[in-house]
Design a protein around this ligand. Structure first.
Ligand SMILES: [Zn+2]
Length: 183
């Protein structure tokens, strides 16, 4: 009997540890609150919707303040599955911000309905909102779109968008925060 208790304890212990870590990672995101059209993330000291000062943090520093799913997309360039994100088929009026640093990225007026399964925009908020880099991963030649303030991975830029720009900013929902105009 004693042996069984011993084995059970050690068998389940790793699961408790994994569960506890998972909950801790989620906390900063869950605490985000919108006040006067500004998002506050108490768990992320670098986040601001008004400060445009460039951030140059290491991945280790980001890992401490970003929820794990946001970290994997924004610092390791993972892609969320098509048709699963929060914003791929929304058309509410408002503003989109970087989920890592709060930088203003898009107005909803530049969003268009695309069948690709990810939120798509034809124009960035201003020249400094988003920067670009050649991406040759997965044997493809693509243009990676990064946040102009924190350098976080947002998605990719394609040339098959609608007028007037002809561009399609194909974004990961998880890399975006949204504040509705009527908030
Ligand atoms: Zn950012």
């Amino acid at each position: 009997m004693k042996t069984n208790i011993f084995i059970n304890t050690f068998f389940f212990l790793p699961f408790f540890i994994v569960t506890a870590c998972g909950q801790n990672k989620k906390l900063p995101e869950e605490k985000a609150v919108i006040t006067n059209k500004q998002i506050n993330k108490p768990g992320n000291p670098y986040y601001s919707n008004s400060d445009t000062t460039k951030l140059n943090l290491t991945d280790a520093e980001w890992k401490k303040v970003l929820p794990e799913d946001v970290y994997l997309v924004m610092r390791e360039a993972e892609t969320e599955r098509a048709f699963t994100g929060k914003y791929w088929n929304t058309d509410e009026k408002g503003t989109y911000y970087c989920a890592a640093c709060g930088n203003k990225l898009f107005r909803s007026t530049a969003k268009f309905s695309s069948s690709c399964g990810w939120p798509s925009f034809f124009e960035q908020e201003n020249k400094k909102s988003i920067v670009f880099k050649n991406d040759f991963s997965y044997n493809m030649e693509r243009i990676e779109a990064l946040c102009g303030r924190c350098g976080g991975h947002l998605g990719h830029l394609f040339d098959d968008g609608p007028p007037p720009t002809g561009k399609r900013y194909c974004m990961n929902s998880i890399a975006l925060d949204f504040v509705p105009d009527n908030q």
